[in-house]
Ligand binder design. Sequence first.
Ligand code: SF4
Length: 345
Amino acid sequence: MSIERVILAKPRGFCAGVERAIEVVERTLQRAAGPVYVRKEIVHNPHVVSALRRKGAIFVDELDGVPEGATTIFSAHGVSPAVHASARARRLKAIDATCPLVTKVHSEAIRFAREGYTLLLIGHAGHEEVEGTMGEAPAAIRLVQTVDEARAVQVDTPEKVAVITQTTLSVDDTRAIIDALKVRFPTLIVPANDDICYATQNRQNAVKTLAREAEVLLVIGAANSSNSIRLTEVAEDAGRRAYLINDASEIHPAWFEGVTCVGVTSGASAPEHLVQEVVEALKRLGATRVEERELVREDVSFGLPLELASAASGGRFGKEPPVQTDVHRVDADEPQPGRHRPPGH
Ligand code: SF4
């Protein structure tokens, strides 16, 4: 028996923050007089980075590699105040492509730290977003990565503790960590809607839905893409085999022995053409039907940074367009007729 059906998750792929970050680089390349530098990968996907490099962007790991005064873009994951200070010291023309939903977490960190709270940041050590957020209030923030760490973390004033999170975590794991923290700190302040972003939540819920039918799931995304890794884990937690692949070239036919239905999704930084190439590869392996399960329609977009928004409107300086946050979330296990928009609407 070979593959018969492929089911595509929807939503999948680019989120509003990634689309905005890519647009920031493309517009800057169009209008900057000199070279355009980008600190770190603009988003965690080698195909996106290569495409922008071909258009002229120069990617650097740190600002030391950028000549004084040059145009420099900060990636979607956000940067710490120390990076902003370093950019100012080098008189760089900095353009910040940080996702507004990451910026929101930075603002929470600053506010709570000012009010004397200890902040417990749920996230993964070493991730650029975590480094950027911790940099906002290093003395006040403790990183918590697991339930065990939640049970052990020590703070000076247990009655003044608040939680913030990385935006691309597992919804279920984060809930378990917060529950453990609430036992330790009964007055714990938790964000009303946790900091895990709409795109991460929707893609995880879509995978849960897919895992009911698909025996194997392919997640298209980079090995350093946090939200993509989480999608693989969600599928595995649902009892399915899941593979994180960069693109169709990494598919192994042996994965599909005895498998009739394959699910496909992509992380928030993976371009759609990679999905279509994977579908074509699965067709070559025998798939004859390709379906899409739309769990929820996303309708989110973010305005460009001020410098670029003004260029888009034709003026030297303009008002930053409003952030549209028409965010739709559903829980995979609950029918949500009122929040579901049929395709085409
Ligand atoms: Fe923003 Fe979420 Fe996309 Fe990250 S995954 S860029 S937080 S919308």
